[in-house]
Write a protein of this length. Structure first.
Length: 478
């Protein structure tokens, strides 16, 4: 089995391989930050960690190209830590295990981190290469994009000097993204006194897993099952038909990933245990039929567990289940992702990520979801609000890069906006002079253990990037 560091272009795959050996899940970036600072020192470029925990690098222009506009290359350091149920991988300590399967680089039971590791690897390749032709370059390696775009949100104004931003965080080679949706996190929480479990009741753990999951921006409109939403359907029936009571609920672990698994613990009268298990079997059939042709690995089963001493009070339980019912139809413009549900006998927390390219529709989702939470007594908070990135019809870079792509590959690139949230809009709000284009190699199923990178797309991405750097226009008036 060949190692990925032997793939072409060697400069990107070698750097990406080294990056896979450095743990970098969102929220735990100390190791990768030091790794990038050490790398910059080794290759002789300026680098520092800013007040927002981003790593900034600066490389001077090639001789004779000092009058070109300054380019900011931007990618995020963190990766989504998703894994299969049977994986023992520890994202805070273990390297990612990569392997080559035909035209794809894959992993063993975890996310690959090509989102956005290939972007970081490309930045490293540019910084170390003494033969490339380019004007002044600064790199912005942002922190914790996947959990709240914190590095971009806290990016100091006045720190960056670029005229052009090339964001390297898209997933289809041949696409140039020139606009993206805005987003906001909605969190509902409520605390309560636990209720005593009825004497003689039994407990059953119901598990839903094996769903595809996926990126809640890129794949939200593909009809994939959301584990939390499917479990809501089942729990409502269990309460109605089997006198079930809710003791625990745990589903999803990332705000921007469609949850692929969910576990609940229900208590029922002893005489209803078998009926609950039969209902579980029925619902496996229902969900499988509803998602036929989309979800092929559904597992939905019940098993006996120790009966807890306490559970969620009945009125709170019913309200929580009702609060999770409202949803916004997933489409390219507007979506809501019931991302994380954590319910114990004393506290419940529900997290939703809403996205829209329309600010009014984004506000509508916030109002709808917040109203549902508020009606059942939950405290509602929002954070991480970011506006959409509107296309610039007069973009010099879009015109230039479209021509470069066609000259290189004899076909036009696809120029479009995307539903996924990109850091571009936040950076643009701080540096409004920027002319922005986002592009990257082909990646499939980011935010899932099925994440994979398309090997043939990477040489084209690298060729496009380096040719663009070579053709950056001169500063006006020079």
């Amino acid at each position: 089995m060949s190692e990925i560091k032997n793939l072409q272009p060697e400069c990107i795959w070698r750097n990406f391989y080294v990056l896979t050996q450095v743990p970098r899940p969102s929220g735990h970036l100390e190791k990768v930050q030091q790794f990038l600072l050490d790398f910059a020192k080794k290759v002789g470029v300026e680098a520092f960690k800013d007040s927002a925990n981003n790593i900034v690098m600066r490389k001077p222009a090639s001789p004779g190209m000092e009058n070109r506009k300054t380019v900011m290359l931007q990618a995020h350091m963190d990766m989504v830590p998703q894994k299969t149920p049977d994986s023992t991988h520890n994202f805070e300590t273990d390297p990612i295990q990569t392997w080559i399967d035909g035209e794809w680089v894959k992993t063993k039971g975890t996310t690959l981190g090509a989102d956005n590791g290939l972007g970081i690897a490309a930045i490293m390749a540019v910084m170390e290469d003494k033969t490339l032709k380019h004007g002044p370059i600064e790199a912005l390696c942002t922190a914790d994009e996947e959990t709240g775009m914190y590095g971009a949100n806290d990016l100091p104004t006045g720190q960056m000097t670029a005229d052009i931003l090339l964001n390297l965080d898209t997933e289809d080679e041949g696409e140039m993204i020139v606009g993206s949706a805005g987003g906001i996190n909605i969190t509902g929480t409520i605390e309560y006194k636990p209720a005593d479990t009825e004497k003689g009741d039994k407990a059953v753990k119901v598990t839903l897993k094996g769903l595809k999951g996926g990126h809640s921006g890129l794949e939200i409109n593909e009809g994939r099952a959301n584990a939390n939403k499917q479990m809501v359907r089942f729990v409502r029936e269990a309460i109605s038909q089997c006198d079930a009571r809710l003791a625990e609920w745990h589903g999803g672990n990332m705000r921007n990933a469609i949850p692929n698994s969910c576990v609940v613990i229900l208590t029922v009268p002893a005489e209803n245990v078998e009926a609950l298990k039969e209902l579980t079997e029925d619902w496996k059939v229902y969900i499988s039929e509803d998602y036929y042709g989309i979800e092929e690995g559904i597992e939905f089963f019940a098993e006996d567990v120790a009966t807890p001493a306490t559970e969620v009070p009945a009125e709170i339980q019913d309200n929580l289940v009702d609060a999770m019912i409202p949803s916004i139809p997933s489409k390219v413009e507007t979506s809501s992702n019931l991302a994380i549900v954590d319910i114990s006998d004393t506290k419940a927390e529900i997290k939703v990520l809403a996205r829209s390219s329309s600010e009014s529709m984004k506000d509508y989702v916030v109002t709808t979801v917040s109203s549902a939470f508020s009606m059942v007594g939950m405290k509602v908070e929002t954070d991480g609000d970011y506006t959409g990135w509107n296309p610039n019809p007069n973009s010099e870079m879009v015109a230039l890069m479209s021509k470069i792509y066609k000259d290189l590959f004899h076909t036009d690139p696809t120029v479009q906006v995307c539903h996924a949230g990109l850091e571009c809009s936040i950076i643009l709000s701080k540096y409004p002079q920027l002319d922005i284009v986002s592009f990257g190699p082909t990646i499939r199923s980011p935010h899932t253990a099925g994440e994979r990178a398309h090997i043939p797309s990477v040489p084209k991405f690298w060729q496009f990037l380096t040719k663009t750097l070579e053709e950056i226009p001169e500063k006006s008036g020079k």
